[in-house]
Ligand binder design. Structure first.
Ligand SMILES: [Zn+2]
Length: 402
């Protein structure tokens, strides 16, 4: 830690000493699956309480309305939990965005509900790494920053959303508005690898539902009068899949529809996930969708309604992101931490922040692994390590903005 100024050392030490493990244990004990609105309300209360130790005003913000297409082709409203927004010193010279998500992939009826020690220093549990550990790291760093002499130069917004694991459709606009005018963003997803490797570039992701409306008829008496929606949906799946190439992954995932053997089916709903690597790949993917829908519509004489969007735009490496990584790498070096990054196939709120033109490092959270499974674990020592890294990174950004 030779490269640290005395005030930096004080700040880093304070961040690292925060009671993060106790927070993770308490927060992981509350089920906050993305669909568990009661649990999300409870965790939002706990987090709002913990973050009220920071200055500024905390708001609980209703999610935007979200609709999905049911198996019967009808629109259904999808409820989400409230999101937390905290704004601190909005006129300070350095403006940062820090984001995390309070939801997990483990619903109220999932078998994985409590923490347990896998070995000394390794805590298993739902959301311990993804990302209750990360939220504890963020809070520890910010509390230490508040006691630093640079605090008055640093303004920030914190957004903790309740629907990241289901695509952030109810919070994407909130995140985009919070990103406006920010110098940089830090998002507290766990490291990409247990050794601490960060995520660099990420592909985009879009989920689509295609409702195919054909015409029913008797399978034996007048099949020629029918328009088979199931076959048209299958043709659409094949055409989209045939568009897969380097730079665009296409996964037809499910077809709902059909009925008795003696009826030509008049309804099918096809679900497809597409992951474009770049903005150009996303534009090409949209063209693939449009042309495939047009060809199947004409070829099968059916109607097709497409629902969905590229809700996670691609996050490429950019010069601004390289420069931000440079700040983190240099802070890490001064803390004795080796900082590396690599591209990954996953997506997160960092995609949406990057699409606003704000450089974002979205794996500032704890080290751990096996996320989204019952083997999820947190390396407890990484809480202090990452809180120190975040605190020093923020101080260095403030120093550079002076
Ligand atoms: Zn996560």
């Amino acid at each position: 830690m030779e490269g640290l100024a005395p005030f930096e050392r004080d700040c880093v030490d304070q961040a690292a000493a925060a009671p993060m493990l106790a927070q993770v244990e308490a927060w992981a004990a509350i089920n906050s699956g993305s669909r568990n609105l009661d649990g999300l309300k409870q965790i939002a209360g706990e987090l709002a309480n913990a973050f009220s130790a920071l200055p500024g005003q905390i708001e609980l913000i209703d999610p935007d309305p979200v609709e999905a297409i049911g198996p019967n082709g009808k629109r259904v409203a999808v409820p989400h939990g409230q999101n937390i927004r905290l704004t601190v010193r909005p006129s300070a010279p350095l403006q940062l965005l820090l984001t995390g998500h309070m939801d997990t992939v483990f619903g109220a009826d999932h078998a994985f509900q409590s923490t347990h020690w896998l070995e000394p220093g390794v805590l298993g549990g739902p959301g311990v790494a993804d990302m209750k550990g990360g939220i504890a790291v963020m809070l520890a760093a910010l509390l230490a920053i508040e006691d630093s002499p640079l605090a008055r130069r640093i303004g920030y917004e914190v957004v903790l959303n309740a629907d990241e694991e289901v695509g952030s459709l109810g919070s994407a606009d909130l995140i985009a508005s919070a990103a406006q005018g920010k110098r940089a963003a830090l998002t507290y997803e766990p490291s990409t690898l247990p050794d601490g490797t960060f995520a660099g570039a990420r592909p985009g992701s879009g989920n689509f539902s295609f409702t195919v409306i054909g015409k029913s008829a008797h399978a034996g008496r007048n099949p020629q009068d029918g328009r088979n929606a199931l076959v048209a949906a299958a043709d659409l799946a094949l055409r989209l899949k045939a568009g897969m190439r380097d730079g665009l992954a296409v996964n037809p995932a499910k077809i709902d529809g059909g009925g008795p053997n003696n009826v030509v089916p008049d309804l099918a709903v096809l679900r497809v996930n597409l992951r474009p690597r770049s903005r150009a790949d996303q534009i090409a993917a949209q063209k693939l969708i449009d042309s495939s829908v047009a060809m199947v519509t004409a070829g099968h004489d059916v109607h097709i309604h497409a629902h969905g969007q590229f809700a996670r735009p691609p996050k490429p490496m950019t010069p601004a992101l390289e420069a931000l990584f440079g700040v983190v790498r240099s802070a890490g070096a001064d803390l004795g931490q080796t900082i590396g990054w690599q591209s990954t196939g996953g997506v997160c709120d960092g995609n949406n922040i990057a699409a606003c033109g704000v450089p974002v490092i979205d794996t500032m959270g704890a080290r751990g692994g096996s996320i989204h499974s019952m083997e999820e674990y947190l390396i407890v020592d990484s809480l202090a390590e990452r809180a120190a890294l975040s605190a020093l990174t923020i101080l260095r950004l403030a120093g550079a903005s002076a």
